[in-house]
Design a protein around this ligand. Structure first.
Ligand code: SDX
Length: 392
C-alpha cells in the first residue's frame, strides 16, 4: 500500500481526507472557509456567522442569522447538576483537564437524546457544544479562583457573554468593553477550523466508530492540549517570559537551531504553512489594537516582535521555512485581557469546537464513510517458538 497510514473514513489511500470545509495553501499562506479568505471573514464577519458557514456551507442572510443566533443562545446554559463535576477537581487543576472531563461528561447528560443518525439531533448536539463551551470554560476559570459561577446572559453576543461569565461577579456591575469583545470574537474566528490538524483528525477518528459527539469533542480537547498543537499559545508566553529581554533573543535563537537542543521557538513553524500563517498577521494587528485600547505597554510584545524580526532574517529559519503561526501573538492579547496563561488553550478549544463538530458532521453525513483503521508497517520480531521460563 502507500505506507503507514491508510484511513478509511473519507480518506484516500494516500492517507489524506476529503472535505469541503477548509482550504489551506501552506506554500502561499492561504486559508479559506467554504471559499471565503480568513482575513476577509476576520475583518467583516462575526464568529456565529462563521459557525453557520462551517455547518451549513453558506454565510447566513439576516433572517437565518437571527434564527441561528437564537438557536445557539437558547443552549448556552448547562444542566445544573454539571456544576458538581467541578468540585471533584483540585482548585489548581489545569483547566484543560477540567474541559476534557466536563465535556466528556456531557455524554451522560445529552447523549441519550442523541441519535447520530437523526440529522435534527446531530444539529442539536452541534448547537449544544458550540453554545455551552464558553459557559463550561468560564466555569473552569471561576472555579480556579474561588468565585461563584456566572450564568449566561441571553441579551449579550457570543464573545460578550463569554467575557461577562469570565470577569463578571455578583458584587458589581460588569460592563463588557466592546473593543475587547470584538477582538475576542475575531480571535474565535481565527481559531474556528483548520482542515485536518491533529485534534480534528482525532475527532474524526473517534467519530468514525459511531461514538457520540460529546465524547469525540472531549478527545479533540485532549489532543489540542499538547504544546506542539493548541498548547503552543501557553508555551509561547512561558518562552517570552523566559527570554525576558530583547538582548537575550540571540541565545534562544541559537538554542532553537541547535540539533542537540530539544528547545523550539514556540509559536513558530507549522506542519502545513511554509509561509506566513495568515491568521498570525490578523492576530498581530489585533494585539496592537487591544494593547492600545487598554493603554498597556507590554515588554513581551517588544520581545515577540524583535524575535520575529531576527528569526525571519536568519538563514536557518528561512531555509526551514519557519514563520510565526496562529499561536505566536494570541497569548499577549489574552494576557492583556486579564486571562490567565492556563486558560489560553481553553480559548482555542472554545473556538475550535465549531470546526471539530462541523468536520464530524461532514464525516457522519458521508454515506461512504467507514470506521477509521490506520494501518502500520510492522518492524518487530518475526515468528518464533515459545521458550519455557527455565530455558530463558
Ligand atoms: C497549531 O496542524 C494545524 O493546522 C495546527 C494548527 C491549527 O490551527 O489546528 O495550525 C494549530 O498547532 C500551530 C502550531 C503550534 N505549535 C507550535 O508553535 C510549537 C512550535 N512549533 C514546532 O513544534 C513545529 O513547528 C510544529 C510541531 C508545529 C511542526 O513540526 P514539524 O512538523 O517538525 O515542522 P517541520 O517539518 O516543518 O520542521 C522542519 C524543520 C525540522 O528540522 P529538521 O528535522 O529538518 O532538521 O524545522 C525544525 C524541525 O525540527 N523546526 C523548528 C521549529 N519548528 C520546526 N526549529 C525550531 N523552532 C521551531 N519552532
Amino acid at each position: 500500500e502507500t505506507g503507514f497510514f491508510t484511513y478509511d473514513p473519507g480518506f484516500t489511500s494516500t492517507g489524506s481526507c476529503q472535505s469541503e470545509l477548509t482550504y489551506i495553501d501552506g506554500d502561499v499562506g492561504i486559508l479559506r472557509h467554504r471559499g471565503y479568505a480568513i482575513d476577509d471573514l476576520a475583518e467583516n464577519s462575526d464568529f456565529l456567522e462563521v459557525c453557520h458557514l462551517l455547518l451549513y456551507g453558506e454565510l447566513p442572510n439576516a433572517t437565518q442569522k437571527a434564527q441561528f443566533e437564537n438557536d445557539i443562545t437558547m443552549h448556552t446554559m448547562v444542566h445544573e447538576q454539571m456544576r458538581n463535576f467541578y468540585n471533584g477537581f483540585r482548585r489548581d487543576a489545569h483547566p484543560m483537564a477540567i474541559m476534557c472531563g466536563v465535556v466528556g461528561a456531557m455524554s451522560a447528560f445529552y447523549h441519550d437524546s442523541t441519535d447520530i443518525n437523526d440529522p435534527q439531533q446531530r444539529l442539536i448536539s452541534a448547537y449544544r457544544l458550540i453554545a455551552k463551551m464558553p459557559t463550561i470554560a468560564a466555569m473552569a476559570y471561576k472555579y480556579s479562583i474561588g468565585q461563584p459561577f456566572r450564568y449566561p446572559n441571553n441579551k449579550l453576543g457570543f464573545a460578550e457573554n463569554f467575557l461577562q461569565m469570565m470577569f463578571g461577579n455578583p458584587c458589581e456591575e460588569y460592563e463588557v468593553n466592546p473593543v475587547l469583545a470584538k477582538a475576542m470574537d475575531r480571535i474565535l474566528i481565527l481559531h474556528a477550523d483548520h482542515e485536518q490538524n491533529a485534534s480534528t483528525s482525532t475527532v474524526r477518528l473517534a467519530g468514525s466508530s459511531g461514538a457520540n459527539p460529546f465524547a469525540c469533542i472531549a478527545a479533540g480537547i485532549a489532543s489540542l492540549w499538547g504544546p506542539a498543537h493548541g498548547g503552543a499559545n501557553e508555551a509561547v508566553l512561558v518562552m517570552l517570559n523566559e527570554i525576558g529581554d530583547v538582548k537575550n533573543i540571540p541565545e534562544f535563537v541559537a538554542k532553537a537551531k541547535d540539533k542537540n537542543d530539544p528547545f523550539r521557538l514556540m509559536g513558530f513553524g507549522h506542519r502545513v504553512y511554509k509561509n506566513y500563517d495568515p491568521r498570525a498577521k490578523v492576530m498581530q494587528e489585533t494585539c496592537h489594537e487591544v494593547l492600545k485600547e487598554l493603554n498597556i505597554k507590554d515588554p513581551l510584545l517588544d520581545v515577540a516582535q524583535e524575535l520575529e524580526r531576527i528569526a525571519r532574517e536568519d538563514e536557518y529559519f528561512i531555509e526551514k521555512k519557519l514563520y510565526p503561526n496562529v499561536d505566536f501573538y494570541s497569548g499577549i492579547i489574552f494576557k492583556a485581557m486579564g486571562i490567565p496563561v492556563s486558560m489560553f488553550t481553553v480559548l482555542f478549544a472554545v473556538a475550535r469546537t465549531v470546526g471539530w463538530i462541523a468536520q464530524w458532521k461532514e464525516m457522519i453525513e458521508d454515506p461512504s464513510q467507514k470506521i477509521g483503521r490506520p494501518r502500520q508497517l510492522f518492524t518487530g520480531v518475526a515468528e518464533r517458538p515459545f521458550v519455557p521460563v527455565d530455558k530463558r
